[in-house]
Design a protein around this ligand. Sequence first.
Ligand code: SF4
Length: 342
Amino acid sequence: MVDKVYLVTPRGFCAGVEMAIKALSWMLKIYDETIYCYHEIVHNKWIVEKFQKNNVVFVEDPAEIPNGAVVMLSAHGTSPSIESLFNKKSSLTINSVCPLVTKVHHEAKRYTDKGTQILYVGHKGHDEAIGAIGVAPENMHLVENLDDVEKLNINGNVALLAQTTLAISEWEPIMMSSKNKFENLNMPRKSDLCYATTNRQSAIQDVLNNVNTVLVVGSENSSNTKALVKMVESRNVKAYRIEDTNDLKNIKIEGNIAITAGASAPDHLVFNIIKELKPKEIVEFNHKDESEYFPLPKELRNNVKLISSFLEIFNLSEVTPEKKNGISNDRNWSATEALSSL
Ligand code: SF4
């Protein structure tokens, strides 16, 4: 029996995920054909399946798309060489990369242009790490743990960059050890861990004294979801990653618990889980409000506006995308609403 559920804020969708989901939803509204998306748009099973049912095909290689296809590149960032392969084959490619990932790509390019070797702290095989390292593969060294730092044998100027979604408990020891090993290590003024990653981890850290278990809603391949689990476990509190209510069958929980969600997990999954748990009490635990907003990709905005003008001129639609819930009101339209509109 669960007594109290502490419902932690912030949780779930970050500004980058909001933007990417809305961008792909707009693509479905304005193009009739199948949209090919490079990598999962965001790492969440429910969202991926929702888009698949609505004529989106997710691919891992430009060779998988037909000539002239309409393409979207995911929020995790795409290396310049892969983007150019998509551009060569597609009739249109819209890039929904999160601006905070783009910032890391710019840093990688800037350090590479100066002849600085780069340590990139990330997870091998993760879409974001693949995209970032693809900016300068000859110059970037992936490090996943302290051993990797120890084994490195590089000279000259060295810089440290990171995947945006790491656990603070993963990042800090590697950062300290790199600082010890490389004199004058270059680093961006602020770590590359993004605001959403750090806010979600700080929020759950604050609630730990009140609970015996934490549920983290999110998919297996979501890095920031796994980072939340790691962070809780590093404080010796039991943590479970759960996809949805089905996973509750496999775990035994009681007493006071907290629930949070990774940055790509939709909130209705959180509420379904709470409903299933039937706690005696739900306590809102608000660590911090977030107001970050990332605008839709510029090329997509321009395309939607052009189509809207066309529809208006010929009076073909009573509600053009420009008006209610239109592209100009994007800030007031949530990714949750976008998903429900499909
Ligand atoms: S988790 Fe951070 S870096 Fe990733 S999409 Fe969200 S805001 Fe951007």
